[in-house]
Design a protein around this ligand. Structure first.
Ligand code: NAX
Ligand code: K
Length: 492
């Protein structure tokens, strides 16, 4: 599991170590490790010249010390914003004879020598702002970020300057890094959807600061599958493993039923009962003869894929009624697609809502009368809006997207955040597959936060497995779930 820690916790952990070591030790460790990474990348790319951008805080201090090291091997120029930068770092670059250009803090337009230095750089090291940075660059920092040539390899110190260290605020003017070298541990900026795209490859270097107890964000990895996946024992039978009821599909969208049920069976449900119109039920049976049509005892529900709740045909009215009954029951529920329109207040049993950004906007607009939310607002500030829905509904909320967020209504629990899927998975039916997959995990007794994150991980990994490096259809993703789980349960 990758754990990311909020700024206050990182600072507290660093302060504890700093009290026990010589002053400046942590910064020197950070700068040494940064220089090693930059030098390695420069060698890989046969790069010769490095421009090091230096801001007013300790992030700039790291960059200055690293610049002094790098100057032993490469052609280095420091571009310093403002007059006050880290004193020790400044001495180090001066002693090393590194040329230094200065830009006035508020001046966005760059002087010719600075523009030239950036143009000549094969590698740009971004030490403008770190965890003390306020989101959004202005003045000279914005000018510098805009003038980094597309051809340069950009390595950010700790985080891409301008991005919100907590990963909440939407990206404004920011440095976009190819790689970020962070110290000690990941921070939310590195994993959360609002900021992740500016981070590039994440390299975490050890500077001897232990992880705090409470993570702000957790990301499951393959190694977590064996701990979390519900593996049956010899005394289990199909009922004890979890029977899942699926209310999905309609005459208009029978495919959603096929995909959700197939995914649930592939994920290892003890049994799947399918509730839907006859025509869809026939197709479900052809695709998954293991499924059982009609009502009966279940341990959990998946409701909503392919159920157009705004239609008034008899089929749909029956489906909506089945969804309502599931919501009124005391059983765990995964609420997807059309059934999201039926959610209002909290329910007692574990509940997982699985909207995409548009559905979340619609849900929030309905839950907060008088306000209208748009998909773009959700995409710009996903954590904030997903938290709001969790708070209003008392449910765990899984927001689907290139990065999937899972937020518990219990604010003490870390956010979960997964980015395992290839972009090819942005395809019709992928959400139906996820709904069935997560339903099986909930029916097996996993709590919605674990189930949501684990399903997102396996969903993404199954998509890669289904057709590595190329387009992938949802049915193939569903059909790759069983082998993906098997391979992830195998050590190594
Ligand atoms: N705290 C520690 O123990 C360690 C910190 N290290 C480095 O120190 C960094 C944190 O240093 P700081 O706390 O000095 O913070 P920063 O280096 O992020 O800089 C904060 C300064 O930038 C200014 N500033 C903030 N947002 C701005 C904006 N949008 N535009 C212009 N100016 C802005 C602030 O007024 C403040 O003066 C870490 O990210 C890391 O790189 C490392 O040296 C390892 C040890
Ligand atoms: K930075």
């Amino acid at each position: 599991m990758i754990r990311a820690f909020g700024v206050a916790d990182v600072r507290a952990a660093e302060a504890q170590v700093m009290a026990e070591v010589e002053p400046g030790t942590l910064m020197r460790r950070a700068a040494d490790a940064l220089a090693v990474v930059v030098l390695a990348r420069a060698r890989e790319q046969a790069a010769r010249s490095v421009a090091v951008l230096v801001g007013p805080g300790d992030n700039g201090g790291d960059a200055l010390y690293a610049a002094a090291h790098l100057a032993e091997h490469l052609s280095v120029v420091v571009v310093q914003v403002g007059t006050a930068v880290h004193e020790g770092g400044l001495r180090a670059v001066t002693d090393a004879g590194v040329p230094r250009l200065r830009v006035a803090r508020t001046r966005r337009a760059l002087t010719q020598p600075v523009r030239q230095a950036l143009e000549d750089a094969d590698v740009v090291v971004d030490g403008l702002l770190g965890i003390g940075g306020r989101p959004g660059l202005t003045g000279a920092m914005a000018g510098l970020a805009d003038s980094i040539p597309a051809s340069a390899l950009v390595i950010a110190v700790d985080l891409p300057s301008g991005a919100d260290p907590e990963g909440i605020a939407a990206l404004g003017r920011t440095v976009r890094a190819d790689e970020t070298v962070t110290f000690g541990m990941a921070k939310p900026v590195h994993v959360l959807p609002a900021t992740r795209s500016a981070v590039g490859r994440l390299t975490t270097v050890d500077i001897g600061v232990p992880e705090p107890e409470h993570a702000a964000v957790e990301q499951l990895t393959r190694a977590d599958v064996a701990h979390l996946w519900p593996v049956p024992g010899p005394s289990d039978d199909k009922y004890s493993r979890g029977v899942l009821g699926v209310v999905a599909g309609s005459s208009r969208y029978p495919g959603a039923a096929v995909l959700a049920v197939t995914a649930a069976i592939e994920a290892g449900a003890g049994m799947v009962r399918y509730i839907g119109p006859d025509a869809a039920a026939q197709q479900v049976l052809v695709a998954s003869p293991e499924s059982v049509p009609g009502q009966g005892q279940v341990q959990a529900w998946v409701i909503g894929p392919g159920v157009p709740t705004d239609e008034t045909t008899l089929d749909v009215r029956r489906q909506v009624e089945a969804c309502r009954q599931a919501l009124a029951s005391d059983l765990p529920c995964v609420v997807d697609a059309g059934a999201l329109d039926l959610v209002d207040g909290p329910r007692e049993a574990p509940t997982l809502l699985t909207p995409h950004a548009g559905e979340l906007a619609r849900l929030l607009s309905r839950l907060e009368p008088g306000r209208v939310y748009h998909r773009s607002q959700i995409a710009a500030a996903p954590v904030e809006h997903t938290r709001r829905v969790a708070e209003l509904t008392g449910a765990t909320v899984l927001l689907k997207g290139a990065t999937t967020l899972v937020v518990s209504p219990d604010t003490d629990r870390p956010l979960r955040c997964q980015s395992d899927a290839p972009a090819w998975l942005a395809t019709a039916g992928a959400g139906d597959v996820l709904a069935g997959l997560v339903g099986t995990l909930v029916a097996a007794g996993l709590d919605p936060l674990d189930a949501g994150a684990l399903a997102a991980l396996i969903h993404g990994r199954a998509a890669r497995r289904a057709n590595p490096g190329g387009p992938v259809r949802a049915l193939r993703v569903a059909q790759a779930i069983a082998e993906t789980v098997a391979s992830d349960l195998t050590p190594g």
